[in-house]
Design a protein around this ligand. Structure first.
Ligand SMILES: NC(=O)C1=CN([C@@H]2O[C@H](COP(=O)(O)OP(=O)(O)OC[C@H]3O[C@@H](n4cnc5c(N)ncnc54)[C@H](OP(=O)(O)O)[C@@H]3O)[C@@H](O)[C@H]2O)C=CC1
Ligand SMILES: O=C(O)[C@H](O)CS(=O)(=O)O
Length: 479
């Protein structure tokens, strides 16, 4: 039960109003831990979206005219309100997404940190003056908001994936239309309510729910929407990027990953185990930066496997609202099937299921460890997005780097060594947007989050994140 029941919003936030679909169509939101219906949310029709875009366009013009300092103050209030309502927002998140309450509270703090960060960055959008090539000219460069923007976000981080986009967008003077995942809309709608309470003007931040493909098509086809920011699978990212090409829309893409987690013989094994547990099993392995392949040097392979198995056996699987739960339910049936298929494929090709992998009823899955995994198995190339750790063995540094880079993805990579020269060589050789050295947790609001290769385009967070929502204008003045 929420302390503030008015945070349970079951309507869309459009131009400051809470609306239902004109046709009264709705979509159920289900608790993955219990299978129970939590709420029904509107399923807006595509025909209702042009009015949302028009409201965003009108609101954005006014929002861009207030000072950066005024925007910063409103964003700061939004940050404060999210922090003040952490418990309710976390309970909403756990109920609709399943992650343990402690992780949900952590995500709320993480999500709020982007708003705090960009409330500060809002006041530091600088331009240039350039020495002219002629005495009768003066050259300047100013930075202006891109305009109306849209975001389509995934279910695995129902708060942070929204604020990591909306905070820089609004800080830059843009407006944003958010379409959250059908599986986890309630957190997004509650954040929308707090945006309204913070004084974000009607139409600047809107949250719509409905068919992803149909609403997404209206947003990508629109000439008014200047930018789309997407977080989700590489498959859908490719589709949206193609759809945006028709209007030369700018895109930011945070897509799939296939993170290698490399442990060299010289690593501190206990720290490597700690990092592997954090990176692999956070959110039941349902994060894009999870360790997806554990590459262990031969000299420490057996010891690492034994230590990891001991830790994984101790993980408590259960409803995220129960104290002590480490691993909540998977988000839906197809997520479990994907893990089971990868395990079956690996075992059929010679791997050993060292622990776990069995269903525990409902959407609960016993965390698993595979040993003897080789590069011909599907888990070597496919993102698992679940609580299963496949252990590969390697002999040399060169072999580890080649294995790590043998993927179309390039989001996050991790490696453990205490050798300084190796730290430099490996961190430079890994083809990834983000590298963790002797740590399995790298995400924060101050560093640039994003991938290379087919893991995405652009960066979120950090001083770079606001660039995604700015245009550069060169002004040449004859004097
Ligand atoms: N790089 C990163 O930061 C992240 C990457 N991911 C990646 O996403 C995948 C898992 O997340 P998941 O949510 O299943 O990914 P999806 O790509 O299936 O969905 C992401 C979002 O896109 C929507 N969507 C799906 N199809 C379309 C479409 N045709 N047009 C417009 N929108 C669409 C979904 O809507 P709906 O679900 O309502 O159908 C959801 O809101 C993994 O590959 C994971 O690595 C996930 C999170 C972060
Ligand atoms: O969606 C995700 O998987 C997140 O980007 C991972 S993180 O930002 O929480 O590390």
């Amino acid at each position: 039960m929420l302390q503030d029941m008015s945070l349970l919003k079951t309507r869309c936030l459009v131009n400051g109003e809470w609306i239902e679909a004109k046709a009264k169509t709705t979509h159920p939101v289900i608790n993955p831990a219990t299978g129970e219906l939590i709420a029904e949310i509107p399923h807006l029709s595509p025909e209702e979206i042009p009015a949302v875009i028009e409201a965003s366009r009108i609101a954005q013009k006014k929002w861009a005219l207030i000072t950066a300092k005024e925007r910063a103050a409103i964003l700061r209030r939004w940050f404060e309100l999210i922090i003040e309502n952490t418990n309710d927002l976390a309970l909403l998140m756990t109920t609709e997404q399943g992650k343990p309450l402690a992780e949900a509270k952590g995500e709320i703090g993480y999500a709020a940190s982007f708003i705090e960060w960009f409330s500060e960055e809002a006041k530091r959008i600088y331009g240039d003056t350039i020495p002219a090539t002629r005495a009768d000219q003066r050259l300047t460069v100013i930075r202006q908001p891109i305009g109306v923007t849209a975001a389509i976000t995934p279910w695995n981080f129902p708060a942070a994936m929204i604020t990591r986009k909306a905070a820089p967008a609004l800080a830059a003077g843009c407006s944003m239309i958010v379409r959250p995942a059908d599986l986890t809309p309630l957190t997004a709608l509650a954040i929308g309510e707090l945006a309204t309470r913070a004084g974000i003007p009607d139409g600047v931040f809107q949250v719509i729910t409905g068919s992803a493909s149909k609403l997404g098509k209206v947003l990508t086809d629109s000439n008014v929407v200047s930018k789309l920011s997407f977080t989700g699978s590489t498959e859908v990212g490719r589709l949206l990027m193609a759809q945006c090409a028709q209007t030369i829309k700018k895109v930011s893409l945070e897509l799939g990953g296939n993170a290698p987690f490399i442990v060299f013989d010289d690593a501190d094994l206990d720290k490597a185990i700690e990092g592997a547990m954090a990176s692999k099993y956070r959110n039941a392995g349902q994060t894009c930066v999870c360790a997806n392949r554990l590459l262990i040097q031969r000299g420490v392979y057996d010891k690492f496997a034994a230590k990891l198995t001991e830790k994984v056996k101790a993980l408590k699987v259960g409803n995220g609202v129960e104290t002590g739960t480490d691993i909540g339910p998977m988000i839906e049936e197809k997520a479990i099937v994907k893990v089971e298929e990868q395990i079956q494929d690996a075992v059929s090709k010679g791997a050993t299921l060292a622990f776990g992998g069995q269903r525990l009823g409902g959407l609960f899955l016993q965390p698993a460890i595979l040993t003897g995994v080789t590069s011909d198995m599907s888990v070597a190339q496919e993102e698992t997005f679940g609580p299963m750790a496949p252990l590969f063995v390697f002999d040399t540094e060169e072999e580890a780097i080649a294995m790590a880079n043998d993927t179309i993805f390039g989001l996050a990579a991790y490696f453990y060594t205490r050798d300084h020269g190796r730290m430099i060589r490996v961190s430079e050789a890994l083809e990834y947007g983000m590298v963790g050295h002797n740590t399995g947790l790298i995400s924060n609001e101050v560093a640039p989050f994003g991938g290379v290769k087919q893991s995405g385009l652009g960066r979120e967070g950090s001083k770079y994140g606001i660039e995604e929502y700015l245009e550069m204008k060169y002004i040449c003045s004859a004097i």
